[in-house]
Design a protein around this ligand. Sequence first.
Ligand code: KIV
Ligand code: ZN
Length: 522
Amino acid sequence: MKQNVNDGNRVYVFDTTLRDGEQTGSTRMNADEKIQIARQLEILGVDVIEAGFPISSPEDYKAVELIAAEIKDPIICGLTRAIPEDIEVCGRALSKAKKPRIHTGIGVSDIHITGKFGDEKYGTTLDEKKETIIEMAVSAVGLAREYTDDVEFYAEDAGRADISYLLTVIEHAIDAGATTVNIPDTTGYSIPKQFGALIMTVRESVPNIGRAIISVHCHNDLGMAVANTLSGIENGAQQADGTINGIGERAGNAPIEEIVMALKTRKDYFNKETGINTKEIYRTCRLVSGITVPISPYKAVSGDNAHKHSSGIHVDGFLKKRETYQIMDKSDVGFPEDRESITLTSRTGRHGLGHRLEELGYEVSREELEEVYQRFLGIADSKKIVTDGDLEAIMEDRIAEQVPEVYKLDYVHASGGSEHIIPTATVRLIKDGEKEPQESADCGDGPIDAVYNTIDGITGIKIELVGYNISAVTKGKDAVGEVIVRIRNNGNVARGRGSSTDIIEASAFAYVNALNRLLYSI
Ligand code: KIV
Ligand code: ZN
């Protein structure tokens, strides 16, 4: 969509994940990773992708060139300093772009001017240097316009600049042909009210501002990047810069997903629209975090914990009516539906536990729930977070208690070992209701196989062993081993568990346990 200065309700999203976002060691990406992210940003629906800073390295040049050639929907932008060579290289890197934009600019605060332009070739006094900066800005924009009619000018460190000088620079940049003017709070120094007032001043006092879109670009050094961006939007900015997950220099940039969800969730307040398909947020955030740095579980909008509840009062309220404790629906930001909304801890309460058991497919009566809840509390006290696997184990143990012991292991012995000895086993089982135990012997591929063949012989039931797992539950030479087996007969599957310091015995217990469960279920 072409950006329109007269569309006051539309906020354009300018993504700089691939440029400002990767401007730090831990977030470096290669050209392949950048193109993957660019594809996803297109699906997400950003208006502008800042693909890189082409003169900064051959890898960056290549990434901008590749993205410009492939990605057609969003505007593809490259960054430059107000230096002719930067602009020429950027123009070349963008030559295949359907909608190219050159983003050029220069530092405008006194700190930047005296620090970066201290050399006398820029002037001997601050005023002379300021004049030089304006000339450099004007010629940079003019040169960029020779490559594209979409030129964005950034007034670096605007957040700390002398306001009247900033206004003059912006006016000159627009006169020179800038179609977007970017007001960066480069050092994250601004306070929302003050930053909003700055944008309002730009809007009201720059005479030719009607010819350009105002953009805001906020850093997060004081944790106010999103608040400053929103304040800028409230005061007339039509473009918001940011990165996915807020990655970037120092404390990062404004996270796009948070800006977008703030505008969407508080549409009643901002009355603004973006072109973002919010259902793609989760996927985009995970892609970027997989390639760069992990997301904190508590990060707004995209963190793992951002849409979860755990305390009893919240879980209860949420289950009765989602909106009680949620202002966003996790599916609106693309969280998979099967992602649990409840973290089970000792504070979760019966309602939350019952809900999760139901989601896992267990039907429990009120009395049963009370019993399960007490066991759940025991685990929660020792483990903090109770997983689905823990709940399944509780439920299986309960089922196991109800299973009648049709067969009971009375004796087992097996031998095997060296090459020439055929593994054999002797097993004695007691069958419920029968006076005499049944004893038999058989051989197999190993001692455990021999035990299982012998048991099959006694029961007359042909069992297929579909899973066998052994693990140590205690440490040391006399460690207790736990065996879990899965057996199948005529399409019915059952699991059994057995433990002993002797692995042959543990294996036999597990097999007989699974056999009893199988008989109970058919
Ligand atoms: O923070 C900043 O000032 C920038 C500009 C290059 C837009 O990233
Ligand atoms: Zn920046």
